[in-house]
Design a protein around this ligand. Structure first.
Ligand SMILES: Cc1ncc(COP(=O)(O)O)c(C=O)c1O
Length: 422
């Protein structure tokens, strides 16, 4: 049998990015199946079970036969509950007819960009940011224009930077607060300034607010709370993060009227609808008790404080010891004053080697990255905060770690006799 060459991939695939956290998650799963202990820091999801009353609402809906197609825009009860939730939390009037339900928040990002942008259009997006923004912008053939998030501004942007990037070609501006991956939160003042700039232009806004309920300090501000912005903003939120429902695949958005039909058309062409039993669980999530979700978020705050304190302590210790050596290296190798470097560079055609290359070749100094790797392997180089405390024997410590990482007991939904089902 002769081997025939199969046709190649579509050209647009070369422009489609990915979210690498999913490949790392898959690899971690493989290692776990081999019995390895893995600490999951790769994917942004709560390590909590979905609150029981939400699971029970889904189970009830399944038993009641809510297992068929339903309207692509979402079932009316859920759209009403979402409209009430968004109106309450953003201080605006959201009409249920402007609410759409999707298989997670992600499809709204992708489909909004595809439904809005043509090649040559510019899209401003936060950088660093959730990778799907840039992937979708490039796939649509539009031009990504990155808006830098600055550490000096607690990882939000400078309004002048936003003003500089807005142009007649700007078709869409993506905002994300609280932000992934930095955790930055756009303050009320900066949001007001951004709203003013955006209200004066022609661009649509995609406000990704999936972390709206996960705020550890400060207050949440939405761009739609400002005059005239609800009419030009696709306001995105969902169940994944707030209610530990990442695997249920359910997100929602308040969408200006001209964008409702195009987005529904994308849903009809791709996913059809979100399963009705998932949407009924969503009604329970938004209208039911919030204490489990609140307790989870409080626990995240405690962990955040612990990690930040630990990292700051580690950095301080690193800086005060071995890293002091490390910091001198860029000065010696890469950080030469350009004029001095030019003086020391061999003249064109000369057989003298560049002093920097000589040094690296002779191996007198290692590159900073290599030194960092060495430091990471060298426990003495980064002492523990409680370095003076007596340490437990190794096997006792391992036992402790194993206990901490034991899989959560899965909550079982009780299945009564299937008499009540359809
Ligand atoms: C900023 C941001 N937007 C959207 C999403 C996607 O959320 P969902 O799982 O509901 O699709 C994520 C998930 O990590 C995110 O971090």
């Amino acid at each position: 049998m002769s081997a025939t060459a199969l046709p190649g991939l579509g050209d647009s695939l070369a422009r489609l990015g990915t979210e690498t956290a999913f490949s790392v998650l898959a690899r971690a799963g493989e290692l776990e199946r081999l019995g390895r202990d893995v600490i999951h820091l790769e994917i942004g999801e709560p390590d909590y079970a979905t609150p029981l009353h939400i699971c029970e609402a889904a189970a009830e809906a399944l038993r009641a036969g809510e297992t068929h197609y339903c309207p692509a825009a979402g079932i009316p009860e859920f759209r009403e509950a979402i409209a009430a939730f968004l109106s309450r939390t953003r201080g605006v009037d959201v009409n249920p007819e402007n609410v759409l339900v999707g298989t997670g928040a992600k499809p709204f990002l992708f489909f909004t960009i595809l439904a809005t942008c043509n090649p040559g259009d510019e899209v401003i997006y936060p950088d660093p940011g959730f990778p799907i923004y840039e992937s979708a912008i490039r796939w649509a053939g539009a031009t990504p224009v990155s808006l830098p998030l600055l550490e000096s501004r607690d990882f939000t942007f400078d309004l002048n930077d936003l003003a500089d990037r807005l142009s007649p070609r700007t078709k869409l501006v993506v905002l994300n607060s609280p932000q992934n991956p930095t955790g930055g939160v756009i303050s009320r003042e900066v949001m007001a300034g951004a709203a003013e700039l955006l209200a004066g232009g022609n661009a649509w806004v995609l406000s990704d607010e999936v972390y709206s309920q996960m705020l550890y300090d400060g207050e949440f501000a939405s761009v739609v709370s400002h005059n005239g912005l609800l009419e030009r903003t696709i306001l995105l939120d969902g169940l994944s993060k707030t209610y530990a429902m990442t695997g249920w695949r359910c997100g929602f958005a308040a969408v200006p009227e001209p964008r409702v039909d195009p987005l529904v058309r994308f849903f009809v062409n791709s996913t059809s609808c979100v399963p009705p039993f998932v949407q009924l669980a969503g009604v329970a999530a938004l209208t039911g008790p919030q204490d489990e979700s609140q307790a989870m978020i409080e626990e995240f705050r405690v962990r955040r404080d612990l990690i930040v304190a630990g990292l700051n302590d580690l950095t301080r210790r690193l800086l005060s010891r071995a890293a002091r050596r490390l910091l001198r290296i860029p000065q010696r190798l890469g950080g030469l004053d350009p004029r001095r470097a030019a003086r020391r560079s061999p003249a064109p055609g000369s057989r003298r080697r560049h002093p920097r290359r000589q040094r690296v070749r002779r191996g007198r100094q290692e590159q900073p990255a290599a030194q960092l790797r060495k430091l990471a392997r060298e426990p003495r180089a980064c002492p523990r905060a409680d370095a003076d405390a007596p340490r437990a024997p190794v096997n006792e410590r391992q036992e402790y770690v194993k206990r901490r990482r034991a899989p959560r007991p899965t909550r079982r939904v009780k299945w009564p006799n299937a008499t009540g089902g359809r």
